[in-house]
Design a protein around this ligand. Sequence first.
Ligand SMILES: NC(=O)c1ccc[n+]([C@@H]2O[C@H](COP(=O)([O-])OP(=O)(O)OC[C@H]3O[C@@H](n4cnc5c(N)ncnc54)[C@H](OP(=O)(O)O)[C@@H]3O)[C@@H](O)[C@H]2O)c1
Length: 295
Amino acid sequence: MNSRQDAPSVTVVGLGAMGTALARAFLHAGHPTTVWNRTASRADDLVAVGAVRVDSLAAAAAASPVVVICVLDHAVVRELLDPLSEQLAGHAVVNLTSSTPERARETARWAEDHRIDYLDGAIMVPTPLIGRPEALLLYSGSPSVYDAHRATLASLGGRSEFLGADPGLASLYDLGMLDLFFASMAGFLHATALVGSDGVSARTFLPYAEQIAAILPEVFAGLARDVDAARYPGDEDNLDMEAASLDHIVHASEARGIDPVFPEVVRELARRAIARGHGRDGFSRVVEELRRVAT
Ligand SMILES: NC(=O)c1ccc[n+]([C@@H]2O[C@H](COP(=O)([O-])OP(=O)(O)OC[C@H]3O[C@@H](n4cnc5c(N)ncnc54)[C@H](OP(=O)(O)O)[C@@H]3O)[C@@H](O)[C@H]2O)c1
């Protein structure tokens, strides 16, 4: 691995698939890298390429000004870090464990109470992309902590972004992106089940799914404009027409023994908006129904 005299030392706590990729990227960028994992043997490959394995969390925390933690969940983060609160004072903790905005804010408050510099982060790429220019990692929390360590964190990916001082923001964006990701995958799978029941393979259908995917950026831009303006013009599409299309998808699913749960949910939202007198509004009106469910 590279060695760079000026690269600050880093500690990585948690050597699952992601933590290992993070440690590897730090080593590759020349950072002296200390590692700790509950199952110590998971550090073997990293030690072979220059990492220093320590056998206690206390030693891991003491080894570097920056401690990156990436473990199963937030409960494990607190289980590991709480006993080190005094020792970590004056160090920076960068928590790259996925969680919720609420948990991130709670951990940030804990860190502040113990004079620990804290950044929360979300990793938006799979492990093979870590360390590459296209890897997107999102950060939020103290701007001064981010500024102090941004060069070190840049070793993890070329597309590091700082979202703001609210430590929950990285998690919030993470969940928003995952919300869209899972809904898209489920929608694709539902469509493949629907066409598949009449003998069309997923592979045959794929180029048609790609046609829909290709128009989504423009559709999203229009929806975003409507949502931010709280105006839902129905001049290009309207809910009455869309509810009829959703009816067709539900009926065709039922006729084939395919669970209509996804189109039914969307149809229900459209129907509620129509029942409130918004049938001539565009599909973006549905956001108001989603907000109504939430409150
Ligand atoms: N993998 C990805 O592609 C990916 C992508 C984006 C974000 N992430 C996020 O990265 C984080 C880690 O994911 P991963 O893929 O590395 O998970 P993983 O391979 O399952 O690793 C889990 C890590 O947590 C540790 N751990 C679990 N319970 C523990 C406990 N009670 N005490 C101490 N250590 C404990 C494990 O230690 P042991 O080795 O001892 O079990 C291991 O180091 C998650 O928040 C995940 O959402 C992952």
